[in-house]
Design a protein around this ligand. Structure first.
Ligand SMILES: [Ca+2]
Ligand SMILES: [Ca+2]
Ligand SMILES: [Zn+2]
Ligand SMILES: [Zn+2]
Length: 163
């Protein structure tokens, strides 16, 4: 989680003033009782309003709550906005916990355009073989997958230009 937090902090520094103001406005809108903290209840209400169903999982709230006091201050909430915007709310398909760090993804499902959803699992579920997926699936960790995506783009330059 520390890495995502640092990425969120770094990208916040690059936001335009207007977007920083939006973040503050967002925070105030979330903080229904105005105590400067986002409670779990206020959080759930917000993510439901945003129709961000992946986020209703409490494991994300707990991961965001860095100081573990049961609520989110502004700094912790910035990480939420970052994770929401970057589509980084990836939940283990097997044990359903939020995976802020390294995880494994099925390469076949990842690179096939006709497969709607990708299949990601946490290191524990992968290592402990605690998952069910199609036969012949090969798994890569997310960093390897990122490198492979680049190779795939380089191998098919014409397709990229067509876009
Ligand atoms: Ca509050
Ligand atoms: Ca907190
Ligand atoms: Zn898992
Ligand atoms: Zn697959």
């Amino acid at each position: 989680m520390e890495e995502i937090r640092r990425a969120a902090g770094a990208s916040y520094e690059h936001l335009r003033e207007k977007d920083k103001k939006t973040a503050i406005k967002n925070f105030k809108a979330m903080d229904k009782n105005g105590d400067g903290q986002i409670s779990l209840r206020e959080y759930v209400k917000y993510v439901k309003e945003k129709k961000a169903t992946d986020f209703t999982d409490q494991s994300i709230f707990r991961a965001l709550d860095k100081d573990d006091n049961g609520s989110l201050d502004f700094e912790e909430a910035i990480v939420l906005y970052y994770v929401m915007q970057s589509g980084r709310a990836i939940i283990c398909k097997s044990c359903k916990t939020f995976m802020p760090g390294a995880y494994f993804s099925c390469c076949e499902c990842f690179f096939r355009v006709d497969v709607k959803s990708t299949y990601e699992i946490c290191c524990d579920c992968y290592g402990g073989k605690k998952f069910k997926h199609h036969d012949g699936a090969t798994f890569c960790d997310n960093f390897t997958l990122l490198r492979q995506s680049r190779s795939a783009i380089q191998e098919a330059p014409s397709k990229v230009i067509d876009l």
